[in-house]
Design a binder for this molecule. Structure first.
Ligand code: ADA
Length: 566
């Protein structure tokens, strides 16, 4: 399953994932034996491959004729794609989709081979041994699409607000002519049963864009946490009176705006009761199937959570589709955790970050659940080298999307020189855990400091707070790593932060325990896990789960006092 809904009715598509492919490890130390594996999946979850690093080959075959588009939703870390032994695409970046159009394939069976590399290399600037596991392989869905001479690349819709019983939206439609010759085409757009026909344009080789301003869509309800109404948005390419291609997505009508110390969803100030979540599971690695993702989100809702921060990379669209449906707000961020100045000065770093941002925003633009874009978690925001990256990346985000705020999670208290750049000042902190301070003290000091160092008047958000606890280690003395101590700390943290009127909310670090890279075991990572989950890696609730549920359950989703249900 690649998405939760049908994305094409006219374009013929086939899912190449959801099937067994041939898998062969290519690292010298591993016997080159081929076995069948289910795609998507992670190399490290195949028996005997728990710590595999290096190249692998995934092979399958498909039937096709003519122009074909192959889309990969996520391959870690590096991918080389071959069709009939010819290299047709290369891509770096585990957590964002890429595609390739193969032209004029002869009728019949074609061989598809994907070489993947999950090693750490200087040229892979965003991957390093880290406080999470960077898995390898074809970890997300793969689609095969038959296209003609031109196809719709994407449609971006920006809801503007409601007036006179209708929502207004700006719509951008991008079409790609894959041939060397010009042709003609127009678009018939249907948003929630409102139909708009564009003028016919000459489609020169490459991209053609239609910009529709202020499309009026009557009779639709707003998308909100309590009522996440979604509508179909369908674009059809019409050429010489024939429907030659289509593109279907969903739209949720809602606005996001920053006003003073608050972020407003449809004009109402949201109170974030969130969780940071890694795509990680002992059985699936980062390739969680839809059922497992849905279960995570059900647990989050059960605890009274209303938001997820996709630490520390863009997530699978299945996750975003589910959040759209469940009314869960998403902070989605690019792939960068804890890089220092030297690593940010790597010539590959900035271009690779920018590529992730472009791919993330282009592909995820229409998800109403995404209310903010994040960048560069805990990177060198205290240095000039770092500041240049922060500045360039915020500029890039704002050039791609003006409808959402952006931010970055900092831990550089007393040192950060970037608080003037984001729309929201966001901070990670661990009172009672790494720091012997109360949450009131730590959050208060940080808030005041951010106010005085560029963040004046901006919303303040805690993007990480939490403590560790090992599942089933109960201890009457509440010693470190006991569930008891974790629950006690979370109770204090959440209760104290809830009292801070000027803090728009918090994200608990973290939803579930996750595997970390091997070299991290000695840095307070027993079992080679980051054990700060409120559920363990198998999603078994710890004592902290019940504490969070009790406290989140009492806090409304909006700062204007009403609960989500009201
Ligand atoms: C940081 C970081 C997280 C995680 C956390 C921790 O704040 O952003 O990725 O490493 O600390 O558990 O210490």
């Amino acid at each position: 399953m690649i998405r939760l809904f049908e994305t094409h009715k006219i374009r013929k598509t086939e899912e190449l994932s959801g099937k067994m492919w041939d898998f062969t490890p290519l690292a010298p130390e591993q016997p080159q034996e081929t076995q069948k594996v289910l795609v998507p999946g992670c190399v490290e979850t195949y028996p005997g491959f728990g710590n595999y690093r290096g190249w692998c080959a995934y092979e399958t075959a498909f039937e096709a004729e003519g122009n074909v588009r192959l889309e990969f939703k996520g391959v870690s870390h590096y991918a080389k794609v071959y069709v009939d032994e010819e290299l047709v695409a290369e891509h770096y970046g585990s957590y964002t989709p890429f595609d390739v159009v193969c032209r004029n394939l002869s009728a019949g069976t074609h061989a598809l081979k994907v070489l993947t590399d999950n090693d750490f290399r200087d040229e892979y600037a965003l991957d390093m041994p880290n406080d999470y596991m960077s898995y390898g392989g074809i970890s997300r869905g793969v689609a095969l699409e038959n296209i003609g001479e031109a196809y719709i690349k994407y449609v971006h819709a920006t809801p503007l607000g409601e007036t006179d019983g209708a929502w207004l939206a700006d719509v951008e439609i991008v079409c790609e002519n894959v041939t060397g010759n010009a042709c003609e085409g127009s678009i018939r757009l249907n948003i929630a049963d409102t139909v708009v026909e564009t003028e016919t344009k000459t489609l020169l080789p490459g991209e053609t864009v239609w910009e529709l301003k202020g499309v009026r869509v009557p009779g639709v309800k707003a998308w909100s946490m309590e009522s996440p109404a979604l509508y179909q948005m369908e674009a059809v390419l019409v050429q010489d009176g024939k429907e030659t291609d289509d593109w279907i997505d969903r739209i949720g009508f809602r606005t996001v705006r920053v006003e003073g110390k608050r972020v407003l969803l449809n004009g109402r100030p949201i109170r974030i009761k969130g969780f940071c979540r890694h795509e990680d599971h002992p059985q699936y690695g980062c390739a969680l199937p839809a059922q497992a993702i849905a279960y995570d989100l059900q647990l989050i809702k059960d605890m009274g959570g209303n938001s997820v921060r996709t630490t520390h990379y863009p997530n699978d669209e299945l996750f975003l589709d589910l959040c759209d449906e469940m009314g869960i707000l998403v902070w989605e961020e690019n792939h960068a955790r804890g890089f220092g100045s030297e690593q940010m000065a790597n010539p590959y770093f900035e271009p690779q970050c920018e590529q992730v941002i472009r791919e993330m925003i282009t592909c995820h633009y229409n998800h109403p659940s995404i209310y903010i874009w994040g960048i560069l978690n805990e990177c060198a925001s205290e240095s000039e080298v770092g500041r240049k990256c922060y500045q360039a990346q915020y500029e890039l985000i704002r050039s791609l999307d003006t409808s959402r705020p952006c931010s970055s999670a900092s831990c550089k208290f007393n040192k950060d020189i970037c608080q003037d750049l984001p729309d929201v000042c966001s901070w990670n902190m661990y009172p009672y855990w790494y720091e012997e301070k109360t949450a009131t003290q730590m959050a208060g000091e940080t808030m005041r400091w951010a106010e005085e160092h560029g963040g004046s008047g901006k919303p303040f958000l805690i993007t990480e707070i939490g403590a560790g606890g090992i599942y089933a280690f109960r201890d009457q003395a509440h010693d470190v790593w006991s569930e008891d101590l974790q629950a006690e700390i979370l109770r204090k943290q959440l209760t104290e932060v809830a009292e801070l009127e000027d803090c728009m909310g918090l994200y608990i670090w973290q939803f579930c325990d996750v595997r970390v890279s091997r070299t991290w075991w000695a840095i307070r990572r027993p079992k080679s896990r980051n054990n700060k989950g409120v559920v363990d890696e198998y999603r078994r609730p710890k004592m902290a789960y019940h504490v969070v549920k009790e406290i989140f359950g009492k806090l409304p989703d909006y700062w204007d006092g009403e609960t989500a249900e009201s």
